[in-house]
Design a binder for this molecule. Structure first.
Ligand SMILES: Cc1cc2nc3c(=O)[nH]c(=O)nc-3n(C[C@H](O)[C@H](O)[C@H](O)COP(=O)(O)OP(=O)(O)OC[C@H]3O[C@@H](n4cnc5c(N)ncnc54)[C@H](O)[C@@H]3O)c2cc1C
Length: 397
């Protein structure tokens, strides 16, 4: 049986960055990806904060656009934020990150699906893999397994990592890539409108030659019979910025995917770590998880570095990963989860309440007290006006 220090399941941003950081320190790492190349089937807009791009890619060929403005279109008017973000095509970006992990010394195997795993004892995990070309199964041994295999992760075999199986705690998003630019090249537009979804949104981001256009909503809306694909057609055909510019344009890619709106309670156990979407590390307000996946990979790498130095892989040693996450983004992400719950529950007061609550809690800094009251009572007191530009830089984290 082949033996590794760490076996990483999934070559998304979480898995590939972790593999690269460990391989750079000469640890024996196996990174497995079920697809023919990383990012091949990933459904994602590919918009995230530029500092992460600069840290791990910094290659202008991979960046599609440098995004400087986010415009949120709400029933009473726009709110605009300055930002420092990039757009990438995930099939190019993920492939780049996974290839760098391989070049740094990780054993990177594509068309290799993880099918099962078992903890034998502390520091001894067995992972069953399937070579999808040879149609053969084989088992490898690791001191630690890192689950970076997305929202339908194998980690949930361990009850400590299972999220509450509440169907309401998922969102689903569907996106097209369409020829031509429907927006300014440095601008991302998000539409929040009850005519589209009571809670959900439509987005348009520019890549260099195509527009990424998508819609997403929560599972409870889909359960009511809303068809996300039909909403995407409606969005493309009827929304002001998208409609005239996208008429008769060719669709170059179509993808949909689930977004977890749950966060597990613990991220490590004896000889195991969970990161990225596998742990539910996605902003429930923006549906963004690339930054968090990379943050988690950095925290996991620092923890595994210490564990490998001391050859200690028990739950207490690996809980340093949970501590690092709590000192980092987890508290803020939990607050976002709470806001999302309040927003979803506000649906019972009427279809416009989710956007109103989002505007008051999450975008509150853009409105003074009187205008927040106008939002809550909109349209009774007229249009709420945001305060003039205050230089706040928006991150989707
Ligand atoms: C439509 C849509 C749009 C989105 N837009 C954005 C956006 O604009 N910005 C943003 O920040 N986030 C966005 N997200 C969220 C973002 O895609 C995720 O948060 C991010 O990809 C998480 O990275 P990850 O590495 O944890 O997991 P993933 O990117 O999901 O990577 C998991 C990898 O594991 C592989 N895998 C899965 N199971 C196995 C297995 N059993 N064996 C081997 N390999 C396996 C998969 O093929 C995949 O390559 C979007 C999501 C959706 C659905």
């Amino acid at each position: 049986m082949e033996q590794f220090d760490v076996v990483i399941l999934g070559a998304g941003p979480a898995g590939s960055v972790l593999a690269r950081l460990l391989a750079e320190k000469s640890h024996k790492v196996l990174l497995v990806e079920k697809d023919a190349y990383a990012g091949k089937t990933t459904a994602c807009g590919g918009l995230f904060d530029k500092p992460y791009f600069d840290r791990y890619v910094n290659d202008p060929k991979i960046m599609e656009q440098h995004i400087r403005r986010n415009v949120f279109k709400m029933p009473w008017g726009d709110v605009t934020y300055d930002c420092d973000q990039v757009t990438v095509k995930r099939r190019i970006f993920d492939r780049f990150l996974a290839d760098r992990a391989g070049e740094s010394g990780a054993d990177y195997r594509t068309r290799t699906r993880a099918v099962d795993w078992k903890r034998i004892e502390t520091g001894h995990i067995e992972v069953q893999l399937q070579d999808l070309d040879k149609k053969e199964k084989y088992t490898v041994r690791a001191k630690v397994v890192a689950f970076a295999d997305g929202p339908h992760t194998l980690a949930k075999k361990n009850p400590r990592f299972d999220h509450k199986k509440n169907r309401k705690n998922w969102a689903y998003a569907y996106a097209y890539e369409m020829q031509g630019l429907a927006t300014r090249p440095d601008e991302m537009i998000i539409y929040l409108d009850k005519a589209l979804f009571p809670w959900g949104y439509g987005w348009i981001f520019p890549d260099s030659d195509v527009s990424n256009i998508g819609v997403g909503t929560i599972q409870s809306e889909i359960d009511k019979g809303i068809k996300v694909k039909e909403k995407l057609f409606e969005f493309i055909n009827s929304y002001a910025a998208s409609a005239p510019l996208l008429k008769a344009r060719e669709i170059t890619d179509k993808k949909g995917g689930f977004i977890p709106m749950w966060l597990i309670d613990h991220y490590s156990d004896d000889s195991q770590l969970v990161l990225g979407d596998a742990a539910g590390m996605v902003s429930p307000l923006f549906g963004a998880g690339i930054d968090y996946a990379i943050d988690a990979a950095e925290a996991a790498a620092a923890t595994l570095e210490e564990a490998l130095a001391g050859q200690a892989f028990d739950a207490a040693t690996l809980s340093a990963y949970d501590r690092r996450l709590k000192e980092g983004f987890i508290i803020d992400l939990r607050k976002q989860m709470l806001v999302a719950r309040i927003i979803i529950n506000s649906l019972k007061f009427g279809a416009q309440w989710p956007v109103k609550i989002l505007a008051v809690i999450a975008f509150g800094g853009k409105y003074n007290r009187w205008n927040k009251i106008k939002i809550l009572l909109y349209p009774l007191l007229g249009r709420p006006e945001p305060v003039p530009e205050n230089g706040e830089i928006l991150s989707h984290k």
